[in-house]
Write a new protein. Structure first.
Length: 169
């Protein structure tokens, strides 16, 4: 009689082999490398939109405050320090004096610049009826040469925002 030999087979352990993991990591790396430039470009556009929204919000709030308090409110832009601030101009001289309330400075985020401030002395004043001192614009740009323009209309004090566009040159 022949004696049967008992063979035990090891069940395959659950999981992934090293080769499978390396192939998966390689494919993910290629996809990430291909999508990174587009993601970085999109990030710059988002920062530009956010900075523009902050400027627009501040201008609208200054106009609203001027109407609510029946006094002049100034938004002053500082191109060198890349920021802006708001103050109540109680004596209507266009300069912040002692006793005049100030808010800010509000900084422009890194990677965004005030490309142009068209207002005289880099400031706009909103009067008690909501009108602005002059019709001009503020242009913000990002490192990728995309820009967005914020227009202030003197007679009404209304604020308009352009679509994002590409700066030439």
């Amino acid at each position: 009689m022949k004696q049967a030999t008992c063979r035990t087979t090891r069940p395959r352990e659950a999981g992934f082999s090293l080769i499978e993991l390396l192939v998966t990591i390689g494919i993910m790396s290629i996809l990430l490398a291909a999508g990174l430039p587009a993601m970085l470009k999109h990030t710059g556009t988002i920062k530009l939109k956010k900075a523009t929204d902050e400027v627009v919000g501040t201008l609208k709030l200054a106009r609203q405050r001027a109407v609510a308090t029946s006094s002049s409110v100034v938004v002053q832009f500082d191109l060198e320090d890349a920021n802006f601030y708001v103050f109540d101009d109680l004596n209507e001289n266009g300069v912040r004096d002692d006793g005049e309330t100030m808010a800010g400075p509000y900084g422009i985020p890194n990677g965004i610049a005030l490309a142009e401030v068209g207002f005289a002395s880099d400031r706009v004043t909103f009067g008690p009826r909501g009108s602005a001192s002059e019709s001009q614009a503020v242009v913000l740009r990002n490192a990728g040469s995309n820009a967005q323009r914020v227009d202030v209309i003197a007679a009404s004090g209304l604020i308009y925002v352009s679509e994002i566009y590409r700066l030439s040159g």
